[in-house]
Design a protein around this ligand. Structure first.
Ligand code: SAM
Length: 262
């Protein structure tokens, strides 16, 4: 795969999409992604800790700190898309006051079931709602939410521009978009180490823990085919967002993107 292909976002216009390093029909990608998450749902959180050596917790806490939900009782509604097992939703609720409510939307019924179970266990079920939904066609009216978050989700979506358009539509004017996603590591020494770790250790550990090494190979490959932070920021602007910015974390391993619907 050449550099240009690696940077090409999945527009679906040419009828193809990246599924890791494979090009597949755009209509086939979502089914393949859904198989990945159905397969790993039960061990997903455990694998996140193992794969990121716990760093995903710090990155997610940074996202929640940037969201800065109100500490008081005033109403604040957050939509967490591709919210899977509800990890981001739980962190937001713990950081927020009693007026904050989170709706988790995820296309995978298996991930949503795991999220509902975990929220129940943590006694947070009354503050977090779970919905099976596609980021590209959200089942919510225009101007519904004060904030939209998406963590490690957008690179799995087939038509990213459609998902960004939906984010803009469901946000209230003045609402905030925040996206935590892997980025392209460009520090030479770190990149070599990161590649070695990603392409050897992660699928091997994934196979042992979830029984599905191929799922983790996809997850690693999908990071490399996702646009770099500058390119993704331009896509966010193209969806209509203002004051678009991004912050690199851990040597560009991940970035948090921010935009406002004004
Ligand atoms: C890597 S997980 C991230 C889960 C969670 N946000 C976290 O950070 O732990 C990616 C999630 O994206 C979901 N997903 C993939 N395609 C989606 C789509 N088109 N619409 C909504 N969710 C999608 C998957 O089902 C999966 O739960």
């Amino acid at each position: 795969m050449n550099e240009k292909e690696k940077q090409a976002p999945d527009s679906g216009e040419a009828g193809t999409a990246s599924f890791g390093f494979r090009k597949v029909g755009a209509e086939a990608k979502q089914g393949l992604v859904n198989e990945v998450f159905a397969s790993v749902a039960a061990r997903y959180d455990q694998m996140n800790d193992l794969m990121s050596v716990g760093l995903h917790r710090l990155w997610k806490d940074d996202l929640v700190a940037m969201l800065h939900p109100p500490r008081g009782a005033q109403a604040f509604s957050v939509l967490d898309v591709a919210g899977g097992t509800g990890d981001i939703a739980q962190r937001i609720i713990r950081a927020a006051g009693s007026g904050t409510h989170v709706t988790v939307a995820d296309i995978s019924a298996e991930m949503i079931a795991e999220g509902r179970r975990r929220a129940g266990e943590e006694r947070l079920a009354s503050r977090i709602e779970f919905t099976v939904a596609n980021a590209e066609a959200l089942p919510f009216p225009d101007s519904t939410f004060d904030a939209y978050t998406i963590a490690f989700g957008v690179r799995n979506v087939t038509h990213i521009d459609a998902a960004l358009g939906e984010a803009f539509r469901v946000l209230k004017p003045g609402g905030r978009f925040l996206c935590l996603e892997f980025s392209q590591v460009d520090v030479p020494g770190l990149k070599a180490l990161y590649d070695l770790y990603s392409f050897t250790a992660i699928p091997a550990v994934g196979k042992v823990v979830t029984g599905d090494g191929a799922a983790y190979r996809y997850l690693v490959e999908s990071i490399r085919t996702f646009p770099d932070a500058a390119h993704f920021a331009a896509m966010i602007e193209a969806a209509g967002f203002s004051r678009v910015s991004h912050r690199a974390l851990t040597g560009n391993v991940v970035a948090i993107h921010s935009g406002w619907r004004v």
